[in-house]
Ligand binder design. Structure first.
Ligand code: MN3
Length: 200
């Protein structure tokens, strides 16, 4: 068993001018590939240690598995929830109704998610999430590469606010990147994730 870097559903320059080709290429080929490579080698090491009953070594490897596994998982979701300008559609049906119910309007949801995402301290992610127990929508943030499942939430839409996601283009002005990214959200993917999670 080994994990693979997924192909992007668009070309590296397809998200310009919001995200430059240079950022996309490095982010996918270097950063995401790094998580995949390190996840696979950590899992391989873990299996060897397990075969040798070396529990201390297994425990020591768990941080690397969490970090690189979360990195692979989060980035796979992120590529899919972006689309070239004009191709991502709009929130629809039950998703739109839920956004309006829990946030007041789409604009208010975008405002709240942008503010909380831009305010993540250090590296992390902002998410629009579904709480599977209460079936309600909420905005959540995660540190580093922790996946949302660590908070018991289902991810619908993620924004990567690690500096590698924007620094080459937006420098230190993270709020400008977060504001611009709404032009390239793939709401078709978000609609699908919502339908799937909500009907469970
Ligand atoms: Mn990233």
């Amino acid at each position: 068993m080994s994990f693979q870097l997924p192909n992007l559903p668009y070309s590296y320059e397809a998200l310009e001018p919001v995200i430059s080709r240079e950022i996309m290429e490095l982010h996918h080929k270097k950063h995401h590939q790094g998580y995949v490579t390190n996840l696979n080698s950590s899992l391989e090491g873990y299996q060897k240690l397990q075969a040798e009953n070396k529990i201390d070594g297994m425990i020591a490897l768990q941080k690397a598995i969490n970090f690189n596994g979360g990195g692979h998982f989060n980035h796979t979701l992120f590529w899919e929830n972006l689309a070239p300008k004009g191709e991502g559609g709009e929130p629809q049906g039950q998703l739109l109704k839920s956004i309006e119910h829990y946030f007041g309007s789409l604009d208010k949801m975008i405002e709240e998610m942008s503010a909380k995402t831009a305010a993540v301290q250090g590296s992390g992610w902002g998410w629009l999430a579904l709480d599977p127990q209460k079936k309600c929508l909420r905005v959540a943030t995660c540190q580093n590469q922790d996946p949302l499942s660590t908070q018991g939430l289902i991810p619908l839409l993620g924004i990567d606010v690690w500096e590698h996601a924007y620094y080459l283009q937006y420098k230190n002005v993270r709020p400008d990147y977060v504001k611009a990214i709404w032009q390239i959200i793939n709401w078709k993917t978000v609609n699908e994730r919502f339908e799937k999670a909500h009907s469970k």
